[in-house]
Design a protein around this ligand. Structure first.
Ligand code: PSV
Ligand code: MN
Length: 387
């Protein structure tokens, strides 16, 4: 008999949605337009709020600067509040300015580095205006050719730039530092892995923590091991959830490998990382290139909820006993039992008890939301990756 008592721990769990998931996206080959796509950050927030209304799981929206710059920040905060959500992490952008051809925070020219640091000053101002506490920094810097620049000198410039940005933060604000194995640079990235991010965070101070984007590793990397290590060191600040087959595909989390998502969340539960007190921001970082975006986000949120529910029903006592006694196959079997358990009914019951639709995807399809915004949102320029 499965013990579902720990599912109440989902009550305090939340997932943050990225504003850019609601805009058009694509590849370097084509960005497809879709009906009903938001034209501005206000409409992006309304779409995110729809996901939250149906799931009760997604009360925050990450913004990206400059894509989500508005004249009236207080108006945006009030709109979010009115929609039942609030502003989450503020993401900086170091990859779309011509000056950044040779990098940003690591650029050989001090003037370009100063510009990139100033951009974070603006992001911190946005944080103050919106009540956000998380500055999220993904560094696209690196080189394409051996010898192009000094790897060591770039690290020194990076440490200096990061220290200046960290110094701009208020006491209640923190820096989330993301790593990525490759792309847009192809010979080396300046923050390619969790070790590099970790080293910089430790140098910076306690309010600097690592962001783990599930799409930013070499194939075959044991991501749950990294999760366990960062949790142990108390430096796991956030996730960027998505799924991948080949590279940084940014597909719906849990689509390619739901078992990997479960394994990651099992390590999270082992160290109480799912509880709000851990401070981990569970964010999505996804793009919906060909599928409808609100439903893509909806399904993603539900995938994370389902994987976490399975991790919560693992028979911890039996698992520890099997591990202590060296019963390798029993231990593995206990984990697999939880993974194979169908928790969808239990989660639907929980939703019903909390006044939410049992099946949020069906409720969304029946709601007419997509048809309504498709009819309303005509004219203007649809939001898109890069705008
Ligand atoms: C680029 O790989 C990326 O997906 C990073 O993961 C950032 O988090 C995101 O774009 C938005 O800047
Ligand atoms: Mn990311």
């Amino acid at each position: 008999m499965t013990d579902t008592s720990r599912l109440t721990e989902l009550d305090d769990f939340s997932i943050e949605l990225p504003s850019w998931a609601f805009g058009n996206a694509g590849t370097r080959f084509k960005v497809f337009g879709s009906p009903g796509v938001p034209r501005d950050p206000f409409e992006k927030i309304s779409d995110a709020a729809e996901v939250n209304r149906l799931t009760g799981l997604a009360p925050r929206v990450s913004l990206h600067i400059p894509w989500d710059r508005v004249e009236d920040w207080q108006g945006l905060v009030a709109h979010a509040k009115n929609e039942g959500v609030r502003i989450g992490a503020i993401n900086s952008n170091l990859f779309q300015d011509d000056d950044y051809r040779l990098g940003s925070l690591c650029h050989p020219d001090e003037k370009v580095r100063a510009k990139a640091i100033r951009h974070h000053g603006e992001c911190i101002e946005v944080m103050r205006a919106t009540g956000s506490t998380d500055l999220k920094l993904w560094l696209p810097d690196g080189t394409n050719y051996p010898g192009q620049d000094s790897i060591r000198a770039r690290q020194d410039r990076l440490a200096d730039s990061l220290a200046q940005i960290y110094g701009l933060l208020d006491e209640d604000q923190r820096l989330l530092l993301e790593y990525k194995l490759f792309e847009p640079a192809f010979y080396h990235m300046d923050i390619p892995d969790w070790g590099t991010s970790f080293v910089h965070c430790v140098e910076l101070g306690e309010r600097a923590t690592v962001v783990l984007d599930t799409g930013h590793h070499a194939p075959g990397t044991n991501i749950e091991f990294i999760v366990a290590m960062l949790l142990r060191a108390r430096r796991l600040g956030a996730f960027d959830f998505n799924s991948r087959f080949y590279a940084d595909d940014d597909l719906m989390v849990g689509a390619a490998d739901p078992f990997q998502l479960f394994r990651i969340l099992h390590e999270i539960v082992q160290q109480d990382g799912h509880r709000p007190s851990s401070g981990i921001n569970f964010m999505l970082d996804q793009c919906h290139n060909i599928e409808p975006k609100v439903e893509g986000q909806l399904r993603s949120v539900l995938n994370v909820e389902e994987a976490l529910a399975k991790a919560l029903i693992v028979d911890q006592e039996a698992l520890r006993e099997a591990q202590r006694s060296g019963d390798v196959l029993a231990a593995n079997g206990i984990l697999m039992d939880a993974y194979r358990t169908d928790v969808r009914g239990a989660l639907a019951d929980r939703r019903e008890q909390r006044g939410l639709p049992r099946d949020p995807v069906a409720a969304y399809r029946d709601s007419g939301y997509f048809e309504r915004v498709s009819a309303e949102r005509v004219g203007g320029t649809q939001a898109s990756w890069g705008a």
